[in-house]
Design a protein around this ligand. Structure first.
Ligand code: ASP
Length: 331
């Protein structure tokens, strides 16, 4: 039986790419640590694959580039990596064997672009960016999104790798739609950045829940659910069971809580707690995992998850770290 935790577990830093000793000593892991340079620039993203993505984003930020460009370039790394089985090329397919992708990008001034249920395009985040820059709309979906991508010169390709195909065929033997928490089947990359000018931006890209129904769209491309930015406040993004995040307008809530004075960590914690309250007793609760990360305009950040197993990558002037999120539940 799941055990309620009143006190949250603080786990050790996961993998540590680089961090100085003085910083390490002062680092309250995910609790809203402010970098010594004032937190600007800074990039933070979900899961292990956030490390490589952040490194790319950091190049943009360090050179004085805009946060919006950093979050676009950064998440292209896991999108192109076939070993990342939950994003872009090589992502797990739906139950019919189709890789369908969702992505969104949002800037400090509420400029937004998103694509959902997009097939055959390796970098949905680039398509989302063009929806933002070149159309009067916020989201294009399915065949329409694909047509737009084609018109913009994107190459169509088969995104189902041999490995993902084999896993899908194995899954079909049982056809048991039961997501397993944190086992590589919902590991979206969500990325938040603040640039040298203090502007914030966010991106989010995913192949969604493995073995989902054909046509299913998760939280990641939905503004206010999978990501949200308010230039006056900060930004947030989510990972985990998208349906739960959509039901609760997860990322918008995190940003609104920060507007009302909460730290990024406290805001992520409160939004997670709401998801807990709304879902306790529902059938999906047994496998429900959600994680949020957030930054504010000061360059403070935080992360929190419902259950153990969520981590996030942080990159600032002091280097790169991977931090285990504090969580609500033991199991
Ligand atoms: N949130 C994503 C979705 O439900 C999955 C993930 O976080 O990997 O589509």
């Amino acid at each position: 039986m799941t055990k309620r935790r009143d006190f949250l577990k603080i786990s050790a830093l996961g993998g540590l790419a680089f961090v100085s000793n003085s910083i390490k000593a002062n680092m309250p892991k995910g609790t809203g640590f402010t970098a010594t340079n004032g937190g600007k620039p800074l990039v933070i993203s979900t899961w292990n694959h956030g490390l490589a993505a952040n490194a790319k984003a950091w190049e943009v930020l360090e050179a004085g580039g805009h946060a919006i460009d950093a979050v676009e370039k950064g998440v292209m790394i896991p999108e192109a990596d076939p070993e990342v089985r939950s994003v872009g090329y090589g992502g797990y397919p739906d139950r019919d064997g189709n890789v369908t992708l969702d992505a969104a990008i949002m800037d400090h001034d509420a400029s937004t672009g998103a694509v959902s249920f997009l097939q055959g395009i390796k970098h949905p985040i680039n398509v989302a960016r063009l929806v933002m820059d070149k159309t009067p709309h916020v989201m294009l979906t399915g065949e329409g999104a694909q047509q737009f991508a084609r018109e913009q010169g994107f190459k169509e390709e088969n995104l189902l790798t041999e490995k993902s195909k084999q896993d899908w065929e194995e899954w079909k033997q049982k056809s048991d739609y039961k997501p397993i928490i944190n086992i590589e089947n919902h590991d979206t990359i969500g990325m938040l950045a603040i640039d040298k000018e203090g502007k914030v931006a966010a991106s989010c890209t995913t192949s969604g829940a493995a073995w989902k129904m054909h046509g299913r769209v998760g939280d990641s491309p939905i503004v206010g659910a999978g990501l949200f930015v308010d230039g006056e406040v900060g930004a947030a993004t989510a990972t985990g069971l998208g349906e739960a995040v959509i039901r609760t307008a997860g990322s918008a809530i995190v940003v609104e809580l920060m507007r009302n004075g909460m730290s990024p960590f406290d805001a992520c914690k409160e939004a997670t707690h709401r998801i807990y309250k709304r879902h306790k007793g529902r059938p999906e609760f047994d496998y429900l995992q959600v994680g949020f990360i957030a930054i504010n305009n000061k360059g403070e950040y935080g992360g929190y998850s419902l259950r153990k197993g969520f981590n996030f990558a942080v990159h600032d002037a002091n280097g790169a770290t991977l931090q285990d999120a504090i969580y609500h539940y033991e199991e």
